[in-house]
Design a protein around this ligand. Structure first.
Ligand code: PEP
Length: 256
């Protein structure tokens, strides 16, 4: 069985004081979701202090980005996967739509980041998702297939035994507009099917998260899809009560 995962992407938010208060409140409420795995992905300068704060708790540490370079060296501003490992990261987000759109990360670079992450024992959370214009043009599946294939071609299906996928329709990220539960399930089933064409066992094991304006009041219906294994949460992960309500929605699915 796939364990639900709820991962918080803090993006470029936080401060030492705010992070401490947020984590203390999340830790205090986590007994509401005993069977759900959780993770927080703070900005890199806070990885060490957040790692210390979550040590020994049920909250895993994740990074928001990693360099595609496998050899350390003259790459100003980049962070190597081994450094993230040293700081205690278990997960790293790769291919978030903001990285693709604002920092020019293409499918090939995303696939390289995925490879380097795995090589250094990090679990990549691979983000895929279509733009609104692509959905309206009936291109959703083509886009998902292209993004997924780039990673499969470089890394092989076996790599997905240690990876997570996040389906994040770009039009739903930070907009307050979510995919309907049916749209989410359809995309997740498509992605699982593409993995399944290569290896049914790995397809059945791979967790596929939904991301895009998940909140405490819509998580339960979004997580009800058979192929939805939790969420990648942006804005709502910065509020302890919202994040915990989302975790509790995942817990409710476990108990169903
Ligand atoms: C995200 O950043 O991955 C995300 C899903 O953001 P939000 O929940 O704010 O839409």
């Amino acid at each position: 069985m796939r364990a639900y995962l709820v991962a918080g992407n803090w993006k470029m938010n936080g401060s030492r004081a705010a992070n401490g208060a947020l984590l203390a409140a999340i830790k205090a409420g986590l007994d509401r979701c005993a069977d759900v795995e959780t993770c927080v992905c703070p900005p890199s300068p806070y990885l060490e202090s957040v790692g210390t704060a979550v040590a020994g708790s049920r909250i895993a540490l994740g990074a928001q980005n990693v360099s595609e370079q496998d050899k350390p060296g003259a790459f100003t501003g980049e962070v190597h996967a081994a450094m993230l490992g040293e700081l205690g990261c278990r997960y790293v987000i790769v291919g978030h739509s903001e990285r693709r759109a604002l920092y020019g990360e293409d499918d090939v670079r995303v696939a390289q980041k995925f490879r380097v992450a795995l090589a250094h024992k990090l679990t990549p959370i691979l983000c895929v998702g279509e733009l609104l214009a692509e959905r309206e043009a009936g291109q959703t599946e083509n886009v998902l297939e292209r993004q997924l294939n780039a990673v499969l071609e470089l890394n092989g299906i076996g790599a997905f035994a240690n990876a997570v996928i996040a389906y994040e329709p770009v039009w739903a990220i930070g907009t307050g507009r979510t995919a309907t539960p049916a749209q989410a399930q359809e995309a997740h089933a498509f992605l699982r099917g593409r993995l399944g064409n290569r290896d049914a066992r790995i397809a059945a094991l791979t967790r596929i998260l939904y991301g895009g304006s998940v909140k405490g009041d819509n998580a339960r219906e979004l997580f009800a899809g058979a192929d939805v294994d939790g969420g990648l949460i942006g804005g709502a992960s910065l509020k302890a009560d919202e994040f915990l309500t989302i975790c509790a929605a995942a817990q409710a699915q476990v108990q169903n």
